[in-house]
Ligand binder design. Structure first.
Ligand SMILES: Cc1cc2nc3c(=O)[nH]c(=O)nc-3n(C[C@H](O)[C@H](O)[C@H](O)COP(=O)(O)O)c2cc1C
Ligand code: SF4
Ligand code: SF4
Length: 260
């Protein structure tokens, strides 16, 4: 079984790793790395699990692109696991349609609620709320693992009907925003100690270090990884100054390194 994930701030990786650690012989793969290497052929695998965060109700742009090019085996058994700060997001219904167009068989889909990483909407939630979210998420992940192990079929967490109606235009609007802004909104506030973490973990390899300090290119996914993982809190975006940072506290930045 292959478990493919995309993760900016560690939440999706946390879920994917837990699933992978519990399923013997499974292989964990990073969608950002596969995308960079144009490795879209997963048509020898009988079973696939996809783990992704929700961006603007649907998918990160890179994950949308990955699914577009993806090749899977006819009849491959697929499980979808989304995670988000809100609830009842329509993304799994969207991905199910893509997989079915490729003649895959979506056995089940799940949504896990995780802490928010989207700093433009506010800083990290209080520690007590984050602890609560993790307690509930851990229980849900355990259920998902048992469901996958027991071959669960026909359980779909496809989101709210109204979100499904409006999600596509909202997502397009959001994606156009990303495309036009690129990485322009980011800046460095002088606290940078040139550790290089932001550059190494960026899923779209959009950061270069110039004289040890980050410079952002035009290919940003808005994953928030650079800003949220920076150990110096040296990266700002819009009104992020003074806002509490969040990355998954159980994931080390190095586990998400993709670039040399
Ligand atoms: C650009 C962006 C857009 C987001 N949009 C949504 C959203 O529409 N609904 C939601 O519930 N959470 C949204 N989130 C929150 C993330 O889905 C959530 O925090 C997720 O667990 C992050 O996973 P990661 O740590 O693997 O990147 C958004 C986050 C980002 C960065
Ligand atoms: S992660 Fe922060 S401290 Fe490290 S290089 Fe990037 S901006 Fe500088
Ligand atoms: S520049 Fe930062 S926010 Fe943009 S994709 Fe890279 S790590 Fe994510």
């Amino acid at each position: 079984m292959k478990i493919l994930y995309f993760s900016g701030t560690g939440n999706s990786y946390y879920i994917a790793k837990k699933i992978s650690d519990s399923i013997e012989g499974s292989k964990l793969q990073d969608i950002a790395t596969l995308f960079k290497e144009a490795d879209f052929h997963h048509d020898v695998d009988d079973e696939l699990v996809f783990v992704y965060p929700v961006y603007a109700f649907l998918l990160p742009l890179m994950v949308e692109g990955f699914f577009k090019h993806l090749k899977i085996k006819r009849g491959a058994k697929v499980y979808l696991v989304s995670n988000c700060a809100g609830k009842n997001m329509p993304v799994n219904s969207h991905v199910k349609k893509i997989i079915e167009r490729k003649k895959g068989n979506v056995n089940a889909s799940y949504e896990v609620q995780m802490p928010s990483n989207y700093i433009p909407f506010g800083g990290a939630e209080p520690d007590s709320k984050i602890k609560n979210l993790f307690d509930n998420a851990d229980k849900k992940i355990e259920k998902i693992i048992n469901a996958i192990k027991s071959n669960e079929s026909g359980h779909f967490e496809n989101g709210n009907f109204f979100y499904r109606l409006f999600s596509k235009p909202l997502w397009k609007f959001f994606v156009i925003g990303i495309k036009t802004k690129g990485g322009k909104g980011f800046s460095q506030n002088g606290r940078c100690n040139s550790c290089g973490i932001c550059q190494k973990l960026c899923p779209s390899n959009n950061i270069e270090l110039f004289e040890g300090k980050p410079i952002w290119g035009d290919n940003c996914e808005q994953c928030m990884g650079c800003l949220q993982f920076c150990p110096q809190e040296a990266i700002e975006l819009g009104k992020s100054k003074g806002k509490r940072r969040y990355h998954n506290p159980r994931v080390k930045a190095a586990e998400l390194f993709r670039n040399k």
